[in-house]
Write a protein that binds this ligand. Structure first.
Ligand SMILES: NC(=O)c1ccc[n+]([C@@H]2O[C@H](COP(=O)([O-])OP(=O)(O)OC[C@H]3O[C@@H](n4cnc5c(N)ncnc54)[C@H](O)[C@@H]3O)[C@@H](O)[C@H]2O)c1
Length: 353
């Protein structure tokens, strides 16, 4: 794809997260939305009107959008169950794709995709959006520059409150294994794993506990209840390939937390703390033999660490800077870790990845 050419996007799945992608696209030049798709026909109609897209480019079948010659690149924002199917079609039609996380519903799907991808690679970015939190990117630079020395341990927590009993959230695809693969683990834990892989390195083994705090929820229709067969809460210990130890905790039932992904990374020379709720700030404490009483300082993040995720995808498409892209293989490796967490919680044993 040539630089400065207008890139024409087609979005599949027009629900909650699509609004964020519409926002990111609205901040960019040289992009155009040329097609939309959702199984909800009314939603397609209203979004086409809102974004001034001709009604014939509003689809209810994703294959038709992927095949559309007026779509240069796809953004896939559908429930997890459809991620693999859409990726498969994008690989088949050679269409670049930004696909939401978790990568797939299980590792079997990821493995099948990998075989197809190897034969027919396409530009593919996975929506691990926390790589675009300025403090996370700044932390990456600090770690790459060896500022912390050897990393010894990391604590990662991703907490949200919306699933707590007091909110009485009805059943949805997010509480169904068939639709989502797992619960808090795939939804939030996939981000924890990606951030840890991004900043600290590959995980080697895990030991996990998973719990469903609320085993049934009311049907969206208001009549009766439906069983929840995924986790609300997952915790695991991990050993990284570089020898560091990690403790991970994710919950949708953590009162007081809106969208709190926090990492504390401790090395021989210092500790850093970053949190999604303070995206432009990082806490740093660095010590050496001459500065043993140094304290934590709050630091603001330089402008150069701010980057729109879709701009990053465009850079990738145009063969420009591909630094820190969450690639197809980041999705694949992430899914391998999630699978090991599930296996460990079932067996009660440490699981190799
Ligand atoms: N990167 C992030 O931080 C982040 C945040 C939120 C959600 N997500 C991911 O985005 C995806 C969507 O989440 P959401 O919150 O927008 O869900 P949502 O339920 O709000 O929206 C999903 C939309 O997809 C549509 N849809 C369902 N099946 C479809 C199909 N076969 N073809 C076309 N459209 C279909 C639904 O009608 C709905 O409008 C999920 O995979 C989720 O994990 C990522």
């Amino acid at each position: 794809m040539k630089v400065n050419e207008v890139t024409r996007f087609g979005l599949i799945g027009l629900g909650g997260m699509a609004n964020y992608h519409f926002l990111l696209l609205s901040q960019l030049e040289n992009v155009k939305i040329t097609a939309l798709c959702d199984v909800n026909e009314e939603l397609v109609k209203s979004k086409c009107e809102q974004y001034i897209i001709p009604s014939e480019k509003g689809y209810t079948t994703f294959k038709n959008l992927i095949m559309d010659p007026d779509v240069d690149a796809v953004i896939s924002i559908v429930p997890n169950k459809y991620h693999a199917e859409i990726l498969k079609e994008c690989i088949f039609y050679g269409k670049p794709v930004l696909t939401e996380k978790p990568f797939t519903v299980d590792f079997k799907e990821a493995d099948e995709l990998e075989k197809l991808y190897k034969e027919n690679p396409i530009p593919c970015m996975v929506g691990f959006s926390y790589r675009y939190v300025p403090s996370f990117r700044y932390a990456k630079k600090l770690l790459e520059g060896g500022k912390l020395g050897a990393v010894r341990h990391v604590s990662v927590q991703y907490l949200q409150e919306w699933g707590s009993a007091i909110f009485q959230v009805p059943h949805s695809w997010r509480f169904s294994k068939e639709m989502s693969g797992s619960g808090a683990l795939g939804d939030l834990g996939s981000h924890m794993v990606d951030s840890a892989r991004f900043l600290v390195g590959e995980l080697e083994s895990v030991s996990a506990i998973m719990q469903t705090i609320i085993p049934e929820r009311s049907n969206a229709s208001g009549n009766g209840t439906k069983a929840v067969d995924v986790d609300d809460l997952t915790s695991f210990l991990a050993v990284f390939q570089n020898g560091a130890i990690g403790s991970f905790l994710t919950s949708r039932n953590a009162i007081g937390f809106g969208n709190h992904l926090e990492l504390t990374i401790c090395g021989d020379l210092g500790t850093i703390n970053v949190c999604s709720e303070r995206p432009d700030e990082i806490d740093i404490c660095l010590k050496d033999a001459q500065h043993t009483d140094a304290k934590f300082t709050k630091n603001t993040i330089p402008e150069e660490f701010k980057l729109n995720q879709i701009q990053s995808f465009l850079d990738y498409l145009q063969g420009n800077n591909q630094e820190y892209i969450a690639s197809f293989y980041d999705g694949y490796e992430n899914q391998k870790v999630l699978e090991a967490v599930i296996e460990s919680s079932k067996s009660g044993k440490m699981q190799q990845i």
